[in-house]
Design a binder for this molecule. Structure first.
Ligand code: ASP
Length: 325
């Protein structure tokens, strides 16, 4: 019995010691569930940079565990050691995947510790440069004239571009052939090359392509126009005639369930410092993203927000009949 107590005391001391030294010399890996060079990857790399100092100069790596609309990366983190050295940066799919995709291999509510939210990001509806349309009205005409012959790219079933693309097809009442990629970085390369016709993608990926006139931009998916210089002239889909169309992407940080509470607190404190870092804010704003300044930077509020998003999107997805197996 005495031995058992001694072992228990040792275990408690070990957990305390781990938190005290976290992150120590072992690198922290942020898993991004989409391809390198895309919008989620952009947010993760900027955040990794901003987290380094508040985490005591830690080495922070980004691991692109891409595929299956973001569920491969999420599953990887759900199964990773719960020691704070493997984190997940994911987006709105954490709230839409449970309805959008039946049988996802992890439970959003119970397989993760919520560490706080990062930003809100609008999407843009973009097209290949060779499209004859130069504004949304002309695009609507082109879509009607090309029914049955339109390719719409996305980052796989369950991704934000999948959700937005399905809602768009539903709103214009035209079925398109969806082409899945491991992220919208490879998809936008094919869009520029003309292999696909249209796509929805976050402004963290599209702003520079729109600025450089590499793609045609038709509208933003938010309910209000944006103020970012390169995007401010784009109409909303709502004002273009798609009543009630509104999709805003957000990103949050997660750890595997069971990560020690004091390690979670350390990551959350570092995240809050990163969200106030003027460099990080400037980079994000330049890409049309809005860094979280409200209570959603607190883990409990992050979790509440995701639950509210699940409740918000579930009926919309079901009513539109846009879920997939
Ligand atoms: N934009 C992608 C999506 O549609 C994700 C990515 O490649 O970052 O979810």
């Amino acid at each position: 019995m005495k031995k058992l107590f001694a072992l228990a005391a040792l275990a408690v001391a070990a957990v305390g010691a781990q938190a005290q030294t976290y992150p120590g010399s072992k690198p922290i890996t942020i898993v991004v569930p989409f391809a390198a060079g895309g919008p989620t990857d952009r947010v993760a790399r900027d955040l990794a940079e901003a987290l380094r100092k508040p985490l005591g100069g830690a080495v922070i790596l980004v691991d692109n565990a891409a595929g299956a609309g973001g569920s491969i990366g999420a599953s990887k983190v759900a199964k990773a050691p719960a020691d704070g050295h493997t984190l997940l940066l994911h987006h709105i799919a954490m709230a839409t995947m449970p309805t959008l995709v039946r049988n996802i291999p992890f439970k959003v509510e119970t397989d993760f510790e919520y560490l706080g939210m990062i930003n809100d990001v609008p999407m843009t509806l973009i097209g290949k440069p060779a499209l004859p349309a130069n504004n949304y009205k002309e695009l609507a005409g082109w879509i009607n004239a090309n029914k049955g012959n339109i390719n719409l790219g996305n980052a796989g079933v369950g991704s934000a571009s999948h959700l937005c693309g399905l809602l768009f097809q539903n709103a214009v009442q035209v079925d398109m052939t969806t082409v899945p990629y491991k992220g919208t970085a490879p998809a936008i390369t094919d869009l520029i090359g003309g292999q696909i016709d249209l796509m929805c993608d976050q402004t963290t990926n599209t702003t520079s392509q729109i600025e450089g006139k590499k793609v045609k931009a038709f509208a933003v998916t938010t309910s209000k126009r944006l103020s970012t210089a390169a995007l401010k002239d784009l109409p909303t889909l709502q004002e273009s005639g798609l009543k009630g169309f509104e999709v805003t992407i957000w990103h949050g940080l997660y750890a595997p369930k069971g990560t020690p509470a004091d390690v979670q607190a350390k990551v959350n404190a570092a995240l809050k410092a990163a969200l106030k870092d003027p460099e990080f804010i400037k980079k994000q704003e330049g890409l049309g993203a809005v860094v979280v300044t409200d209570k959603r930077m607190e883990p409990a509020e992050h979790k509440k927000f995701v639950a509210a998003e699940i409740a918000k999107w579930s009926p919309v997805i079901k009513a539109a009949g846009v879920y997939a197996d």
